[in-house]
Design a protein around this ligand. Structure first.
Ligand SMILES: Cc1cc2nc3c(=O)[nH]c(=O)nc-3n(C[C@H](O)[C@H](O)[C@H](O)COP(=O)(O)OP(=O)(O)OC[C@H]3O[C@@H](n4cnc5c(N)ncnc54)[C@H](O)[C@@H]3O)c2cc1C
Length: 516
């Protein structure tokens, strides 16, 4: 049985302490809000790891139409054009808001911001801080602003375990901390729990980011969108530590090239080569590794001796691992990096469940389509945080009758799910591997153990990938290499995913019975 936290009754509850959660809380001030973070504030968030920056059309030679065109091209026919247009139009204002919250971007003191170039951007439009320390600086500023805002109650080291729903609408959140379970009564919950990399063996995400927000939303009945689209970063540092460290795309933007163990460049066939869209570079690197090669990022010539000054954080961890980027090629391999799919929302961040909003990587607004354009995600979180806050502030927050929670779910653990997803939902996929994964995941969901919620998220992704019998953006099917002439976004709920996996299991049992 859980304890009621009456002291916080009725306030909007924001789950997640990354850029999306922090900015939503700040934009809601002075309305009292509760911000839940599993880690101490600023910890265990992808936001703090961002090296590249935030994309916005700020250069003299740039405009929002060009930024939109690059976004739509990367999205491979699947972006929601209106969502993309509006988010991109509001990007410069969102970056200015970050500046007002205290973030100091490179070049700002001298007037114009210094703008970087990243893959598939036709212009220099990446706003960064401390060279490759953008996320660190943004989070430093936002955490400091949060601490100075009395209307925000921060509850750290607490994990949201379940949304409590009554008559189809959110009425509370069940949370766990070291002293046990408690419930918060609220009609307004903002999910800002980040991505899903923690469901995989090779990832750049904090391992706690395994899509818990997706599990909570799906179990509450929410519709999820475009789940099959997972971006692999082509150049994660190939060492033993997890999460894997990232060698930013900006390094290729500055002229570094991909080579194999013989020093040969192998991307010659790819239009744009090192600066082609991420999915293509990741597939080419994966194929080269599968063919028995090792792959390196060679920054010795460019940026060469400038490396340490331009990318101090990357330089430091490479050197700690025994590689000096200005003298040694850096070993790399692709790793799960970003989830384009998520809780399906409108442009106010509203989900299909009344009282549930989503913001940041856990949400799916349609901006990214089948493949995210580099550095569009921090921008999306910053823009959407303001929109979500406006909508939440305008929504009714009156008294709540809480439906009691008698049995709390087990504390989730994604360990058993990682090998299954890593095998079936990698850079390339095929029907037989996806079906096998769906059956295994269904078993874990049904068992109801600590793996059940991570398995439910994995199951939905596997079923979405199985249903998409084409290759598009980050979703590559070896058995369906063509792209359908008609683009369709995908929608899925948990019941449908379970039913689909059940049918697959039924078919297999029938085949086994026939062959016995
Ligand atoms: C290494 C790396 C580099 C990147 N570089 C860039 C870049 O340069 N530009 C760019 O645009 N994007 C970049 N990205 C992507 C971008 O950082 C993320 O998409 C973005 O930061 C997501 O922000 P968020 O607030 O949605 O989630 P996060 O920042 O991941 O925050 C999620 C928060 O939710 C908390 N949480 C999760 N589950 C629960 C729960 N059940 N209860 C309570 N709290 C919970 C977590 O502890 C965390 O505090 C990068 C990502 C990585 C991993």
């Amino acid at each position: 049985m859980s304890v009621d936290r009456h002291d916080l009754d009725g306030r909007p509850v924001i789950i997640g302490g990354g850029i999306a959660g922090l900015m939503t809380a700040l934009h809601l001030a002075p309305e009292p809000v509760v911000l839940l973070s599993r880690a101490p504030l600023g910890g265990e968030a992808s936001s703090a790891l961002a090296q590249g920056g935030l994309a916005a059309a700020l250069g003299q030679d740039d405009d929002t139409a060009k930024h939109l065109a690059d976004t739509l091209a990367a999205g491979d026919g699947l972006c929601d054009i209106e969502a993309a247009r509006q988010i991109i139009r509001e990007a410069p204002a969102a970056i200015a808001a970050l500046g007002r919250f205290g973030a100091r971007f490179d070049g700002a003191d001298g007037g114009a911001l210094r703008l970087g170039l990243e893959a598939a951007h036709g212009r220099h439009r990446i706003v960064h801080a401390g060279g490759d320390g953008t996320g660190r600086e943004v989070m430093r500023a936002l955490c400091a602003a949060i601490r100075l805002t009395p209307s925000i109650t921060v509850v750290e080291r607490v994990e949201a375990l379940q949304l409590i729903v009554d008559d189809g609408r959110v009425v509370g959140v069940l949370v766990a901390d070291k002293s046990g379970f408690s419930t918060l009564r609220t009609r307004r919950v903002v999910m800002a729990t980040g991505g899903i990399g923690g469901l995989f063996v090779d990832t750049t995400n904090p391992l706690g980011n395994w899509g818990q927000g997706l599990a909570l939303a799906a179990r509450a009945g929410a519709e999820l969108g475009d789940l099959e689209f997972i971006q692999f970063h082509p150049t994660a540092f190939d060492g033993p530590s997890r999460p894997m460290r990232l060698v930013s795309e900006a390094v290729r933007g500055e002229g570094a090239v991909l080579v194999d163990e013989l020093g040969r460049r192998f991307l010659g066939h790819l239009p744009g080569a090192e600066l082609a869209p991420r999915d293509r570079v990741a597939r080419a690197v994966q194929q080269h590794i599968a063919a028995g090669h090792r792959v390196f990022l060679d920054a010795r010539r460019r940026p060469g001796r400038e490396f340490a000054a331009r990318f101090p954080a990357i330089d430091a961890f490479c050197k700690a691992a025994g590689f000096d980027p200005s003298h040694d090629p850096i070993p790399i391999r692709p790793a799960v990096h970003y989830h384009m799919g998520g809780i399906a929302t409108d442009l106010s961040g509203r989900s299909s469940v009344e009282g549930l909003w989503a913001c940041g990587e856990v949400a799916c607004t349609g901006l990214h389509g089948a493949n995210r354009l580099a550095s569009n995600s921090l921008t999306e979180a910053a823009v959407m945080a303001q929109r979500v806050a406006q909508d939440v502030a305008g929504a009714a927050g009156h008294a709540v009758r809480l439906v009691g929670v008698r049995t709390a779910p087990p504390l989730p653990d994604p360990t058993a799910v990682r090998p299954i997803l890593s095998k079936a939902l990698g850079v390339t996929r095929d029907g037989p591997r996806l079906e096998e994964a769906a059956r295994a995941l269904l078993g874990l969901v049904r068992a109801g153990t600590a793996a059940a919620d991570p398995a439910a998220v994995g199951l939905m992704i596997a079923v979405a990938a199985l249903s998409r019998e084409e290759s598009r953006g980050a979703h590559w099917r070896d058995d369906f290499p063509q792209t359908d002439p008609v683009a369709r976004r995908s929608r899925l709920d948990l019941d449908t995913a379970i039913e689909t996996a059940r049918e697959l299991s039924g078919n297999e049992n029938a085949i086994l019975a026939r062959s016995a």
